[in-house]
Design a protein around this ligand. Structure first.
Ligand SMILES: CC/C=C\C=C\CC(=O)SCCNC(=O)CCNC(=O)[C@H](O)C(C)(C)COP(=O)(O)OP(=O)(O)OC[C@H]1O[C@@H](n2cnc3c(N)ncnc32)[C@H](O)[C@@H]1OP(=O)(O)O
Length: 315
C-alpha cells in the first residue's frame, strides 16, 4: 500500500509489477483497515493497489446473503480510500472464482421465494412482491458497488465462474482470466432470469447480441478462449498465478498514473455507455473543466517533457 507519510507526494510504483502473488498466501501486505470483513481478504501487493480475495474456497466461493452485503461494503470503502488507486478482485483457492449464488442457503431461507428473508410470514402478493423487489434492488446495489467504485477494478478469474460470477465480472472495468476458466450465465438453469446485472450489462460489453442471447438462454458453459474471442475478457493467461500476476501488474501500472485522470476516465467511459455522444461530450466538458484545474495535468505534462516519472498527491 502507500507509504505512511501523507504530507509528501507518494513515490511512483515501479514500472514492472512489484511483489506479485503466486498463491493466495502471497498477495501482499494485509490491509488493517479492511480486517473486519469475514468473507473478503484485502491486501496490498503493490503501492496503491488493493487485492480483494473472495474467501470461501470450501464452498467454491459461493455467495451467501451476508457475503454480497459485505461485498458492497468492501467496494464502498475502497471507493473512498485515498490509499487505493486500483483494485484487483480474485477468488481464493485453486478451483473457483465463484460458483455464484449460494444455492443451498437460498433454498433454505425462503428469501428468494417471497418469504421476506427475515422469518416474517407474508401472505399478501403485493407485499411479498414489494419485499422481493427491495431485496433484488439491495443485491443489485451491493454488486454494483464495484462498478460505482471510483477506482478501476480488474477482475481476474480462474476455474469455475458461474451465474453471479458473470454479474460481478460485468461490473469490473477490466476482465482477464486463466485458461482453465469455465464460465456460464447459469441463472436459467436455476429457474431465474438473471437479475443482478448480467442481462443489462453483458450486451453492452460484447459485440454479438446473438452470442449474448445464446449463452444467457441456454446457460451453456463457455471457455476462456471463447470469452476472449467475443471480447468478454481482454487477456487469457496460463493458470491462476500468472493471471493474478498480470492483474496486479495492470493495477500497478494504473496506480502509477494520475488518479484524477484515471478516475475521470472510468467515470466518463461508464457515462458514455449509458448516454448519447452529445450528452457525453457535454458531461466531459464539465468534468474536465474541474479536473484540468488540478495539479496532475501540469505535473504529468512536465514529466513527459522531462522524461521523468511523475508523482501525484492522494485523491
Ligand atoms: C436474487 C438472485 C441473485 C443472484 C443470483 C445468482 C444466480 C447464480 O449464481 S446461478 C449459479 C448458481 N450456482 C450453481 O448452480 C452451481 C452449483 N454448484 C455446482 O453445480 C457444483 O458445485 C459445481 C460448480 C459443478 C462443482 O461441482 P464439484 O466439482 O462436484 O464440487 P462440489 O462438491 O459440488 O462443490 C464443492 C463444495 O462447494 C459447495 N458449492 C458449490 N457451489 C455452490 C453454490 N453455488 N452454492 C452453495 N454451495 C456450493 C458444494 O456444496 C460443496 O460443499 P460441501 O460442503 O463440500 O458439500
Amino acid at each position: 500500500m502507500a507509504p505512511p507519510s501523507s504530507s509528501s507526494p507518494p513515490p511512483p510504483p515501479s514500472s514492472s509489477p512489484s511483489p506479485s502473488p503466486d498463491s493466495d498466501s502471497d498477495s501482499g501486505t494485509p490491509l488493517a483497515s479492511y480486517g473486519g470483513y469475514k468473507f473478503f481478504a484485502v491486501s496490498s501487493p503493490a503501492p496503491y493497489v488493493a487485492h480483494v480475495q473472495i474467501r470461501r474456497p470450501d464452498k467454491l466461493n459461493a455467495f451467501s446473503e451476508a457475503m454480497w452485503l459485505e461485498f458492497g461494503r468492501v467496494f464502498a470503502q475502497l471507493s473512498g480510500d485515498a490509499e487505493v488507486r486500483a483494485v484487483v478482485l480474485t477468488g481464493a483457492g485453486d478451483r473457483a472464482f465463484t460458483a455464484g449464488l449460494d444455492v443451498q442457503s437460498a433454498a433454505q431461507d425462503g428469501a428468494l421465494t417471497g418469504g421476506g428473508g427475515n422469518g416474517e410470514v407474508v401472505v399478501d402478493a403485493a407485499r411479498r412482491a414489494k419485499g422481493l423487489r427491495r431485496q433484488i434492488e439491495e443485491f443489485q446495489g451491493s454488486i454494483g458497488a464495484m462498478e460505482k467504485c471510483e477506482k478501476p477494478v480488474i477482475c481476474a478469474m480462474h476455474g469455475i465462474a458461474l451465474g453471479l460470477a458473470i454479474d460481478i465480472a460485468c461490473c469490473a472495468d477490466i476482465r482477464i482470466c486463466a485458461s482453465d476458466t469455465r464460465f456460464a450465465v447459469k441463472e436459467v438453469d436455476i429457474g431465474l432470469a438473471a437479475d443482478i446485472g448480467t442481462l443489462a450489462r453483458l450486451p453492452k460489453l460484447v459485440g454479438s447480441t446473438s452470442w449474448v442471447k445464446e449463452v444467457c438462454l441456454t446457460a451453456r458453459d463457455f471457455s476462456a478462449q471463447e470469452a476472449l474471442a467475443v471480447g468478454f475478457v481482454s487477456q487469457v493467461h496460463e493458470g491462476k498465478a500468472a493471471t493474478v500476476r498480470a492483474a496486479v501488474g495492470l493495477a500497478a501500472a494504473l496506480a502509477g498514473k494520475s488518479p484524477v485522470a484515471v478516475q475521470g476516465t472510468k467515470e466518463l467511459l461508464n457515462h458514455a455507455r449509458d448516454h448519447g455522444v452529445a450528452e457525453n461530450l457535454r458531461y466531459t466538458q464539465l468534468w474536465n473543466s474541474v479536473a484540468l484545474q488540478g495539479a496532475d495535468f501540469p505535473a504529468a505534462i512536465l514529466s513527459v517533457l522531462k522524461k521523468q516519472k511523475p508523482t501525484f498527491a492522494k485523491l
